[in-house]
Write a protein that binds this ligand. Structure first.
Ligand code: BYC
Length: 318
């Protein structure tokens, strides 16, 4: 059925007035589709994002570090689940979304296609990747779609803990032996630029931004958020004596921004189109995990069916 023009006008007026859209409200089909795309990509990112960090659970250097990392990876699973639930309120099934991930049709955050080579990479992910996610998701906590915005509030609280944990790992390594400091610097050198790419293409090359901004899903642009992240991170790097790998970084008194050098968008394009360092391995790992979890899904479905039959039986008896 074509969108009714009056309903569309009313919808846009509600957005302009700062109202939140809820699952049963009328919404343009295109709004629904854009949110399903964005929320499902976000949920997939949380789930695939468990892989690079999960790689270090068995090799964390101390019991304390292992407990922290285990908790973080579990949190990411929880984030994925909240956001899948949020996406389901838009009328799409979880099975369909997961199928899109497993068959490579859906995107997930580019950053998770890079390898975690040393323990310092776990610090760099917490500091940069969760740090970037907080900047982006603090904005999304004001998104016009209620279930997405509310999920972001809780997720941001947990990401703050993750970021501090990662920064503390980096601070400890940076103040350690020369070899530990080199390890920390090497992780910074490898994760800095991919972290800047997390915010998406620059505004002039971002096809979805105009629509998402008009509908109050995005409240700040990709470039604005990237700049905010750089501005916050420069001082943090200095405080622990690590160097961001960008000779072009310079402070602009007039704008109070740290200008940064050019991003390698060709690399970003390769990674989001399936040709990054670990895209194939990540998809293979998710497919394997999904296949080996089939018995859990079957058992849960059988249990739910049994409970439904029992409660149907008792309702009939009553
Ligand atoms: N990676 O028009 P644009 C975490 C795609 S996980 C891959 O600007 P939009 C964590 C984009 O999808 C947190 N693809 O798009 C987890 C679009 O392609 P399609 C992850 C990207 O939607 C575990 C095309 O490029 N956060 O914190 O307006 C451990 C054009 O882009 C990327 C989120 O997911 C990318 N980086 O803006 C540790 C945040 N960037 O779909 C930590 C939610 C762009 O048209 N998402 N693309 O084929 C968003 O805020 C927005 O969707 C984006 C992109 C800013 C990412």
């Amino acid at each position: 059925m074509p969108d009714d023009a009056a309903a569309q006008r009313e919808f846009e007026a509600r957005i302009a007035a700062g109202e939140t859209v809820e699952p049963k409200d009328w919404m343009p089909e295109r709004y629904r589709k854009q949110l399903i795309r964005m929320m499902s990509q976000h949920a997939h990112s949380e789930i695939v994002g468990m892989l690079p960090e999960g790689n270090w659970i068995t090799r964390a250097p101390t019991l304390r570090r292992k407990m922290g990392l285990l908790a973080k990876v579990q949190d990411e699973a929880g984030h994925g689940l909240y956001i899948y639930c949020g996406a389901e309120t838009l009328g799409v099934s979880r099975a369909e979304l997961i199928d899109q991930l497993l068959t490579g049709k859906a995107k997930y955050a580019s950053i998770f296609n890079y390898p975690t080579l040393t323990w310092a990479d776990i610090g760099a992910i917490g500091w940069f990747v969760d740090g970037a996610a907080i900047v982006n998701q603090t904005m999304l906590a004001k998104a016009s779609y209620g279930p997405y915005a509310r999920a972001m509030i809780r997720i941001c609280k947990e990401e703050n803990f993750h970021k501090r944990q990662g920064y503390e790992i980096m601070a400890t390594l940076a103040a350690g032996t020369p070899a530990q400091k080199r390890m920390a610097q090497d992780a910074v050198d490898r994760w800095w630029w991919p972290s800047l790419m997390m915010f998406g293409p620059s505004d002039k090359d971002s096809p979805n931004s105009a629509e998402l901004t008009r509908w109050g899903v995005k409240r700040k642009s990709n470039d604005e958020l990237r700049q905010r992240f750089v501005n916050l991170t420069v001082a943090q790097a200095r405080a622990i004596d690590l160097t961001l790998p960008d000779p072009a970084l310079r402070y602009d008194e007039a704008t109070k921004d740290w200008h940064f050098g050019p991003i390698d968008w060709a690399e970003f394009d390769r990674v989001i189109h399936g040709d990054g360092p670990l895209n194939r391995e990540r998809l293979a790992a998710r497919n394997e995990a999904h296949a080996s979890g089939a018995w859990v899904r079957e058992a849960a479905a059988a249990y739910a069916a049994k409970r439904a039959a029992e409660s149907g039986g008792s309702a009939a008896a009553a």
